[in-house]
Design a protein around this ligand. Structure first.
Ligand code: ADP
Length: 512
């Protein structure tokens, strides 16, 4: 029987990079869906051939004979060859009928009449993706179908182009985000093949940026510890693994590796994400800090004995001194005092950072009691300069959520500064005020003041303005940074209001 043919110009979707396996997979799904819909629109046989999967899917509402199936396969093969030239390998396409393999399909209806066929190819750019083939007995219906497909194809291709643009934009945004992160990021499949690796990961692991890594086994990145950690996670059935790897080489290099199992929205495991970070600087910092702490301790002991001996000399208990000798020893004693203060502040800071990191010692502390203690401790300095320390703190204030030693340290540093940066004969006032869920403490002096431009910077480490009226009272620029660290750690704020020549008011808040 002679077939009447109605061939429709294919759907052509330009601008799509046909090397995108994810998108092609999505598109194939779309075509399969389209074929299903066509099957319901036409009572005829519908078949598709998708080249890149080399599969023939026949959907039919009729009973097919073995001849029918062979005929369709031959037709699709010749169409496919015509569309794709030599690019399609159609030697043994897998054939499915209504989802079953041909072996499971029971053939009957040996004498079916052949109808009219409509075929339309699907192209991605110039690459043929597949052919949709419809054979139907109903000529009228097929003409309508042909018309429908002709109209539909413009919408269809522009729809796919829009989808493609969206997909590409999302992918590019995601990739540029991941590429720009300082941390190394690798995505790999469950079979441990690389899907994506950013530049930071290549830099950290020493992989070449020129190599095309997608699709290669993770082990090729030459970082055996990654596979080792992953295998450990897989063996233990873990979803997350965090480990540290030490890289061989002259200088110690430590990498923190965090691995996470990725699942899709149906909780299917789809791969692994590995985040790699260089943690060597932290490690060096910690070592440096430990070394500093140890050195400070080591220096404190001989300094104490030097200071004791100096005391004896100055009190002339060992022998007499002339004025010049006495003056020289006093200068030494002054410097030793400064050195001891610097060491004790360095140790405070180190202790503080360690304890902030490792423990939360927040207790309840009475501001009034601590302020009394600080005033007592600083009384000698206040008397030296004839400055009054005035406390205006109600005993009824609720306790502050802060460790007592730390509160004392904050207050001590602020009141001591108030005394240091004031001329003789003045007042330093400490006041406390409750405001709903925190207490605001103020330490006010009538001293030299701080220029506005410097008011934020003085809370940074080693920031000094050289504005002390008393050269010997100058500190080391650590007191306020220690105070800020304590206050912020307790969940509060610290700031200053000041006017040059008139004085300063330091404020800090601590939750109650
Ligand atoms: P220092 O040990 O130098 O006092 P701080 O961190 O306590 O270090 O203070 C940093 C700098 O801020 C001081 O050197 C000083 O210039 C300035 N400063 C701090 N408190 C006052 C104050 N009450 N009045 C004027 N200047 C102050």
């Amino acid at each position: 029987m002679v077939l009447e043919k109605l061939s429709v110009e294919g759907i052509r979707v330009a601008e799509i990079n046909s090397e995108e396996p994810d998108f092609l997979g999505l598109l194939t799904e779309c075509f399969v869906q389209a074929r299903e819909s066509l099957l319901h629109m036409s009572s005829g046989t519908v078949a598709t051939l998708l080249y890149f999967e080399n599969k023939i899917q026949i959907g039919t509402r009729q009973r097919l004979s073995r001849d029918d199936v062979e005929f369709i396969i031959a037709r699709l093969n010749s169409l496919a060859a015509a569309f794709s030239g030599s690019r399609a390998d159609l030697s043994e396409p897998a054939v499915h009928i209504n989802g079953d393999s041909t072996e499971d399909y029971v053939y009957d209806n040996e004498n079916r009449n052949r109808g009219q066929e409509v075929t339309f190819p699907l192209y991605l750019q110039e690459r043929p993706l597949g052919v949709i083939y419809i054979e139907s007995l109903d000529m009228e219906r097929n003409l309508r179908l042909g018309k429908f497909i002709r109209e539909f194809k413009t919408d269809f291709s522009s729809g796919i182009t829009t989808l493609w643009n969206y997909y590409r934009r999302q992918k590019e945004q995601f990739q540029s985000l991941i590429s720009a992160t300082i941390e190394g990021v690798i995505f790999c499949t469950m079979a441990l093949d690389i899907q994506f690796v950013n530049r930071s990961a290549l830099r950290l692991l020493g992989g070449s940026v020129r190599t095309q890594w997608t699709g290669r086994p993770l082990s090729e990145l030459n970082s055996p510890f990654l596979t080792e950690f992953l295998e450990e996670g897989i063996a233990g059935g873990l979803n997350q693994i965090s480990r540290v790897a030490e890289l061989p080489g002259n200088r110690v290099k430590l990498l923190g590796v965090h691995i996470e199992l990725l699942k899709d929205s149906n909780f299917q495991e789809i791969g692994w994400m590995l985040v790699v970070r260089d943690i060597t600087p932290n490690w060096h910092n910690e070592r440096l800090q430990n070394a500093l702490t140890t050195a400070s301790h080591e220096i404190t002991t001989p300094l104490s004995s030097i200071s004791g001996v100096l005391d004896l000399l100055l009190k002339q208990e060992i022998g007499g001194l002339n004025d010049k000798q006495k003056r020289c020893l006093e200068i030494i004693q002054d410097d030793i005092d400064r050195l001891r203060r610097l060491l004790s502040e360095t140790l405070d800071l180190a202790r503080l950072q360690q304890s902030i990191r490792f423990e939360d010692r927040r207790k309840e502390t009475s501001l009034a009691l601590v302020a009394d203690k600080v005033a007592n401790l600083l009384e000698p300095l206040a008397q030296d300069k004839n400055i009054e320390i005035e406390l205006e703190i109600s005993k009824a204030l609720p306790n502050l959520k802060l460790d007592r030693d730390r509160l004392q340290q904050v207050l001590f540093n602020l009141v001591e500064n108030g005394l240091k940066y004031s001329r003789p004969n003045g007042k330093v006032k400490v006041a406390g005020r409750l405001d709903v869920d925190y207490v605001e403490t103020t330490v006010a002096d009538g001293g030299v003041g701080i220029p506005e431009a410097k008011q934020k910077r003085i809370f940074e480490r080693f920031q000094q303005l050289q504005n002390s009226p008393d050269h010997h009272a100058q500190g080391h620029g650590l007191g306020l940074s220690i105070a800020r660290e304590i206050v912020q750690d307790a969940g509060g704020k610290i700031w200053v209001e000041s006017e040059v020549g008139k004085g300063s008011v330091f404020h800090f808040t601590i939750p109650v």
